[in-house]
Design a protein around this ligand. Structure first.
Ligand code: FAD
Ligand code: NAD
Length: 471
């Protein structure tokens, strides 16, 4: 395999894997004058995931919540390159990353330097420091039929697939007579997982039915039934109980049927089997015929990450993500960092955590660059790396929790806004919905995307959602 090494300016090479919350927040903050920076990701845009549940029904357009990687890269000084490619392996023994399916390479500082790479070539990129921020993938817990028949909601193509399936089911159902069991099945949507992804998606679908579909297909709209299935006794488990019971009330009032203590055990093409465990321990089984199945039960580690568990002895027992130390260095390595969902540090897998970890890591890298001899000394250091960082005056990562928000549908949201352990706002309802909107608009990482999202929300005050099957 061809090995690519960036030698411009004799600076250390930082290779960042991914183009999500961790990777792009790091790119925004990294001191790119002190390092050659290379981003590798098959997805050539950043995705603002908090608004992804709004896209299947067109409350917000998919294109409004994405921003090309190069737009972030072009804002940086120094030598920044972007490889639109999939990282297939991390090779700590050679300090390289294997890549394949190269679609394009943007070397912003040296656009004329030909790398000798052809599309779909396999190659290795050499790093001095690697930052793994590849995220995670939907977890099916091995439940049969989910991969084949369910739709996830983690990436933009998932949103398009859900819209296509949901709208074609509505079209098919509309041609069948009322009372036909097939019509009822086609108009049944099951959302599995009562975490924030499941709840927000169910709420958005119900909004489309109540606010748009009802206007032009009232009888079909009336028959659509959304089921939200959650294994735990509550939905939105991360919120305090007062807010979760309010959320449950709102969902039931908007006609969403919430099944608690109910775990889906098997999925077939047109129905699924769910088991409910009552408080007294008795188990009942039910079959739910469905037309659309949305699977939102959380995430698991990607194979590039689980493969690395085997290559670093200190990671052999890792399961959910790469165990990191207080400076976000992968335990057992002196030059691989991990941020976001692919890192395991006991914090929840959220954008908020990934973003703060990336900001912190940018500061650490900057301090490393300013400390004389740091790179050479660290490269020699095989043990007690934590102590070395401490001796050089690098503080541990400290997470500040700013709270959580979730949209429920019917222009109602719940929020708990905090600063660390201090709570500033706890509430649920229409006012909180506007707090939710303002907070999310502020969190968006680019001005273009923020403008487009606000424009989509404004448009909604005057027109129906842009919800087209093939678009
Ligand atoms: P991601 O943002 O998922 O980015 C991973 C990146 O790695 C992607 O660009 C991907 O293409 C790339 N990649 C994958 N494999 C490879 C590979 N082999 N080689 C190179 N690149 C690769 N969190 C909140 O705090 N608030 C919210 O409101 C919120 N809402 C959410 C809504 C939804 C629908 C979802 C799914 C998640 C939500 N989250 C939210 C969670 C949040 O999105 C994640 O915690 C966050 O994206 C993690 O950031 P990350 O950088 O680790 O991973
Ligand atoms: P999650 O892990 O938060 O929730 C998944 C839910 O699915 C759990 O409540 C679990 O009990 C349930 N479940 C698992 N298996 C099941 C089964 N077989 N049958 C029925 N229920 C089952 O997943 P998520 O909602 O995708 O969120 C992932 C991460 O992203 C979390 O950290 C979350 O906080 C974050 N997120 C945050 C927001 C927000 O802040 N508004 C929105 C979306 C996601």
């Amino acid at each position: 395999n061809k090995v690519i090494e960036n030698t411009l300016g004799n600076k250390p090479n930082v290779v960042i894997l991914g183009s999500g919350w961790g990777a792009i927040s790091l790119l925004q903050h990294i001191d790119s004058r002190s390092y050659n920076v290379t981003i590798v990701s098959p997805r050539n845009y950043f995705l603002f995931t908090p608004l992804l549940p709004s896209t299947p029904v067109g409350t917000v357009d998919e294109k409004s919540i994405i921003e090309p990687v190069v737009n972030f890269a072009l804002k940086k000084k120094g030598n920044v390159s972007y490889y639109e490619a999939l990282a297939t392996a991390i090779n700590p023994e050679r300090n390289t990353v294997s890549i394949k399916a190269v679609s394009t390479v943007a070397q912003l500082a040296q656009p004329d330097n030909h790398l000798g790479l052809n599309q779909h070539d396999e190659a290795e990129i050499k790093y001095d420091y690697l930052v793994s921020a590849v995220g995670a993938e939907p977890n099916t817990f091995g439940i049969p039929g989910v991969e084949k028949h369910g739709n996830f909601l983690k990436e933009i193509p998932h949103s398009l697939e859900i819209r296509k399936r949901f709208l074609s089911n509505i079209e098919k159902a509309n041609l069948l007579p009322k009372g036909d069991p097939e019509r009822k099945r086609l108009l049944t949507i099951v959302v599995v997982g009562g975490g924030p992804t499941g709840v927000e998606t169910a709420g958005e679908l119900q909004d489309y039915i109540d606010q748009d579909l009802k206007r032009f297909m009232p009888s079909v709209a009336e028959e659509v039934q959304i089921h939200l299935v959650e294994a735990l006794p509550v939905v939105l488990n991360m919120f305090e109980r007062k807010l979760t019971s309010y959320a449950q009330d709102v969902l039931q009032k908007t006609k969403i049927k919430v099944h608690l203590r109910t775990a889906v055990a098997k999925v077939e093409e047109d129905h699924l089997v769910a088991k409910t465990k009552a408080e007294d321990g008795a188990t009942t089984e039910q079959t739910i015929p469905y037309g659309t199945l949305i699977w939102a039960t959380g995430n698991k580690a990607l194979s590039i990450v689980t493969d690395l568990f085997k290559k670093i002895p200190a990671q052999n027992d890792s399961k959910r993500g790469l165990a990191v130390n207080q400076n976000l260095l992968v335990k057992g390595s002196n030059n691989i960092f991990a941020v976001g969902d692919n890192a395991f540090s006991g914090l929840p897998p959220t954008a908020q955590v990934a973003h703060q970890q990336a900001e912190y890591l940018a500061k650490v890298l900057s301090k490393m660059a300013k400390t004389p001899n740091f790179h050479a000394e660290l490269a020699q250091r095989k043990e007690k790396v934590d102590l070395f960082f401490e001796q050089k005056g690098i503080k541990p990562f400290n997470y500040t929790h700013y709270g959580a928000l979730a949209y429920l549908g019917a222009e109602k949201a719940i929020a708990n806004i905090t600063y660390g352990k201090r709570s500033f706002y706890t509430g649920g309802g229409v006012l909180t919905f506007y707090v939710w909107r303002v907070t999310y608009a502020m969190m968006i990482l680019s001005a273009r995307s923020r403008f487009k999202v606000i424009a989509d929300w404004l448009k909604l005050a005057f027109f129906k959602r842009d919800c087209f099957k093939e678009l």
